[in-house]
Design a protein around this ligand. Sequence first.
Ligand SMILES: Nc1ncnc2c1ncn2[C@@H]1O[C@H](COP(=O)(O)OP(=O)(O)OP(=O)(O)O)[C@@H](O)[C@H]1O
Ligand SMILES: [Mg+2]
Length: 345
Amino acid sequence: MATIQHLTQRTPHVSIDDLLAGFHPSPRFDEVSFDSYRPDPKQPSQAEAVHLLRTFASRVGQSEGGLFGKLFGKSKAKRAGIYLDGGFGVGKTHLLSSLWHAAPGPKAIGTFVEYTNLVGALSFRKTVEVLSGYKLICIDEFELDDPGDTVLMSRLMRELADAGVKIAATSNTLPGSLGDGRFAAVDFQREIKVLSDQFDVVRIDGEDFRHRGLPAAPEPVADADLLDFARSRYDGQVLAVDHFGDLVKHLAGVHPSRYRQLISGVDALVLHNVDTITEQAVALRFVVLADRLYDKDVPIVASGKPFSELFTPEMMAGGYMKKYFRAVSRLTALAREGQKGEVAL
Ligand SMILES: Nc1ncnc2c1ncn2[C@@H]1O[C@H](COP(=O)(O)OP(=O)(O)OP(=O)(O)O)[C@@H](O)[C@H]1O
Ligand SMILES: [Mg+2]
């Protein structure tokens, strides 16, 4: 017997400590290390990246301040930040998580969006105060699609760097064959120009390790069969069963920094009647939920429209297209896992 719960009946309360505890590698990357990254011999930049990151890890927590540091500290090997620039699926998150595992704490790792949500939940000042006590801040999937957020994160990184915190970031990539949608290191450096001379750029070449472009969305399950299908598949496990429309409404009342807790303890998500989202704010919240589901590797069983139709064509071509493509790619992988038993890499 599966246990049935409803996300729409959960309103998680999250303390500052709980929020910060979330800045930890997701279950997917909990066990990775530099040793488990196998550089492609055909791509010398991969072994080089591991070498540079290991060196960077060894510097975390070491004081490089003082007059000597200020006069001589800006040489290439002494910068406070490292930026991993690479295409979709070349192992950026694997390497960033390996850096986190290798470095001394206190340390934090999260996506760009999670840090902006943290600032939203705590305030800018409080976030600076709390994170200034850290030795390393890892920011995955640095985004430049919202000028306000870019400025906010630039300011945050500046204050943290001044406090002696080491910072590592990765680029954000667009899945699929729709062009190399990664914003390049030059864009990153232009946008964070106040900080750019503090970052070493490490370029990682290579193919998508997962070898998937945008996989086809599985055929949604007929709504009448949905619950029986999920129950038989996830016998003895915890199912969160919700109507898509209700869930979308519920998300508006839960701060995105709490979505991790919202789905805690859920083994699979059963969604009735998925439909196209037409409002940008609603869509962006759903993107955050998709990331948290993917982090936790929660399979999805759904009826209604396939996830390829979750966002409107205008959204998929607009300023936030990277976010939407990534969310579709991730939700599709989770639906293939939930409905076809494939492992979502
Ligand atoms: N060289 C490698 N050796 C071992 N595992 C790898 C390697 N490269 C990638 N992987 C694995 O492949 C999967 C995808 O890698 P990862 O998520 O780190 O890529 P990414 O560059 O962050 O991708 P994205 O652009 O989607 O964020 C992960 O499970 C990761 O552990
Ligand atoms: Mg990644």
